[in-house]
Write a protein of this length. Structure first.
Length: 164
């Protein structure tokens, strides 16, 4: 079988308009209520939902480029469980929110750590240590996982299988 030595190129446009995404993220960092307003528009969306489902929902509901641009800044691979998770995902890109959540130098210097009272034990499950592992359950099949990352990858796979 002879391979072709011809080189071809196809012109395409980017799926995301980076200028509108940057403009929306900038607006979110300047207007503290913008992220909350965007998240409030997701009130009737059925969760859990991936980014593309959130974008489809909001594009049917709103034509505001800043709203759509801000939602395009979400992570493609994350299955958002509720509006709060979407808000956290949006605030992750917001420099003002990052700054508010930073520990101050004064707090760092005089850090007060609360230690659990070892005399108090759970009466319902006394044999369960406080550091027991948390299981993460798949919403699609009910399988449990020991880490959030494993669950996210599994749910992506399950979602692709169900939508095919």
């Amino acid at each position: 079988m002879e391979r072709s030595k011809k080189i071809e190129a196809v012109r395409h446009t980017a799926e995301n308009d980076r200028d509108s995404v940057h403009k929306a993220v900038k607006k979110a960092s300047e207007d503290s209520n913008f992220i909350s307003q965007v998240v409030d528009q997701l009130e009737t969306l059925k969760f859990p939902a991936y980014k593309h489902q959130i974008l489809n929902f909001i594009q049917n509901k709103s034509s505001d480029n800043n709203t759509i641009g801000l939602l395009k800044s979400l992570n493609d691979a994350v299955l958002f469980q509720d509006k709060y998770a979407v808000k956290q995902g949006l605030e992750q890109e917001n420099s003002e929110s990052k700054q508010q959540n930073q520990i101050s130098e004064n707090t760092r210097k005089y850090l007060e750590v609360k230690h659990p009272d070892k005399t108090q034990r759970r009466k319902d499950y006394p044999e369960t240590p406080a550091t027991a592992m948390k299981n993460y359950i798949c919403n699609f099949c009910g399988k449990d996982f020991q880490s959030k990352d494993q669950l996210t990858k599994h749910e992506e796979f399950e979602y692709k299988e169900k939508s095919s």
